[in-house]
Design a protein around this ligand. Structure first.
Ligand code: NAD
Length: 326
């Protein structure tokens, strides 16, 4: 059996090599994301695995189909980089990697605490021997109402983490999770906006969730609300976040993802010109913490992402039951 893996990072290779031996298969590695220019490399492979930097639109999906590809696995939970509907139309099977939620859930709580305790400012000050306390007074989690939007695997794991802090937890999702229900109160979205001191997003990027955080929803929130996003940047309107920070309606932002991060995050751009102006502007505020889409990035999660990405393809190619998105 042979598969081809695109967007392979150095830290993934060891795991791919283990799986290669385990399944006695051949795996061809390509460092770059899959795009029209290099799709020819997939010719003759039934199975292709990618990460979220490979944007599989209609043109690319057609190209892959013509090269004989049948199965595509993304080694990510999110799948908004793939035109799933069209893939289904042309008979391509797509799977994602529902790896354990703990890496992102832990990171979410870290961003919550960092924003609450003004950690960015404290860290910056220490670097120039400024050990003053002015402006650094924080708040305790136990005195807050925290809102979780999306109670899937990650949202529920965040709620579990939060139970140790003793905060009041409200949650909104169209689908209720039995586990979340035991730890938090399900409410309508409007109550999340109106009552929460801190709101954390854990929904996929869908047409229905695109820019759900915008000027109008921010207006409905508590003054000095803290917003955390470890899901997808496009859930939030970047200009509206800037407006919220400038007007001091938003107290702090903890963002592991940002709108139009593609081509920027996961690269060393020290000597390049960054064209996402809004992102660069937002980053400079003292109460905005931004990281490079790395909430997932733990040894445990990467091991699982690569394993699931490969196993999904092996199962499909062997004609066994496998978990497709559509
Ligand atoms: P999941 O599918 O288990 O849960 C998503 C939940 O969102 C579901 O319960 C669903 O009902 C809910 N939902 C969908 N639309 C909604 C809406 N309009 N309002 C409220 N809830 C809605 O997914 P998950 O594993 O918990 O992951 C969530 C998202 O986190 C992924 O889609 C991905 O985009 C993101 N993610 C980010 C990172 C990172 O490194 N920053 C890593 C993994 C996943």
């Amino acid at each position: 059996m042979r598969i081809i893996a695109f967007e392979v990072r150095e830290d993934e290779v060891k795991i791919f090599e283990q799986l290669k031996a385990e399944f006695q298969m051949e795996i061809v590695y390509v460092r770059e994301a899959l795009k029209e220019e290099n799709a020819y490399q997939a010719a003759g492979f039934e199975g292709v695995t990618i990460l979220a930097g490979s944007k599989l639109d209609k043109v690319l999906l057609n190209e892959l189909k013509n090269y004989g590809v049948k199965y595509i696995s993304t080694r990510s939970v999110g799948y908004n980089h793939i035109d799933l509907k069209y893939a289904k139309e042309i008979g391509l099977k797509i799977s994602n990697a529902a790896y354990p939620p703990y890496s992102v859930a832990d990171y979410t709580v870290m961003l919550m605490l960092m924003t609450l305790r003004h950690y960015k400012q404290a860290l910056f000050r220490g670097n120039v021997n400024d050990y003053s306390l002015t402006g650094l007074q924080g708040r305790e989690m136990r005195s807050l109402t925290v809102g979780i939007i999306g109670s899937g695997r990650i949202g529920t794991a965040v709620i579990k983490n939060l139970t140790g802090f003793g905060c009041r937890i409200l949650v909104y999702d169209k689908n209720r999770s039995e586990a979340a229900e035991k730890m938090a109160e399900y409410v309508e979205l409007d109550r999340i906006y109106r009552e929460c001191d801190m709101i954390s997003l854990h929904t996929p990027l869908l047409d229905s969730t695109y820019h759900m955080i915008n000027r109008e929803s921010i207006d409905r929130m508590q003054d000095q609300v803290i917003l955390i996003n470890c899901a997808r940047g496009e859930l939030m309107s970047l200009p509206d976040l800037i407006q919220g920070i400038e007007s001091k309606k938003i107290g702090a932002l903890g963002l592991d993802v940002v709108e139009q991060e593609d081509g920027i995050y996961h690269r060393d751009l020290r000597t390049d010109i960054i064209t996402n102006r809004d992102m660069a502007y937002l980053r400079q505020f003292p109460n905005v913490i931004m990281t490079q889409h790395m909430a997932f990035y733990t040894e445990e999660a990467v091991e699982s992402m690569v394993r699931l990405g490969v196993e999904n393809l092996v199962q499909c190619i062997n004609g066994e039951d496998c978990c497709f998105l559509l």
